[in-house]
Design a protein around this ligand. Sequence first.
Ligand code: SF4
Length: 304
Amino acid sequence: MDKRYNTLSAYLREKYGGRLGKICLDGGFTCPNRDGTCGVGGCIFCGERGAGEHIKPAPIREQVRAYLSSPAASKYSGYIAYFQNFTNTYAPPEILRKRYAEALCDPQIRVLAVGTRPDCVDEPRADVLMEFTSGLDVWCELGLQTASDKTARFINRGYETSRFSDAVNLLHSRGINVVVHIMIGLPSGESEREGADEIFETVRLINSLPVFGVKLHSLYVMRGTRLCGIMERGGYQPLEMDEYVRLAAEAISRLRPDIILHRVTGDCPRSLLAAPDWNTSKSAVIAGIDAYLESHGLRQGSKI
Ligand code: SF4
């Protein structure tokens, strides 16, 4: 079926002649929303490993070599070095430079991707990322989750939305591609959940900025998180799959047509998932979004 939105795999095929394997890395960083700098306890949905539950900590070169010698790597001829868990610009610039350089230890790595928080991007850190843009694509992945400051306070995100726009503009001015993570299904208060209005407002903010890519995540509840505690005492109800599919498809139809969708759902390691059960059915969720777009005559950007 013709995809009705821009997929990362199509983008990579056009740019690199094929898909790239993703090397998910633990850079040995922490997060200012956990160590008390801007908050404690972290975002309410975040697990112990800072959104990188499947990554085993090890020296960075070892992590890269372990992936490249694995059967999974043999499917690809190029790779993305992705600093995934915690806040990967949360260190002095000289440390960042060293750790990013360690990850680029193989010439088949075509993209350096760095996940971080908008309040941890300033000029010196953007300049370090820019140093790697000669001969390499550099993506900076910003966790926005929502444009609503009310929701952001409830989920303990730890920064005001205005910081996000500043970070996007700064990174763009340095030639860095910005990928934005947003979540559908977020609680906006005790027994309150974001609906279409809040989600479309988040999409409108993204559309107004020089954003290269978006990762749409379905919010899932991981065992041991504060969100799990809220759910267990009845203060949060996860979305049903059909609600997620509708909201995701409607959000895509309002997303600027040049933006690349790097993912359209989230997936939690099975052993850590508390709810919803459908989170493990990634291909069914993607098929549901495709079918919704098709049956409603929608495409990316058709409702702008
Ligand atoms: S900013 Fe990221 S790593 Fe830090 S608490 Fe929130 S989700 Fe976890």
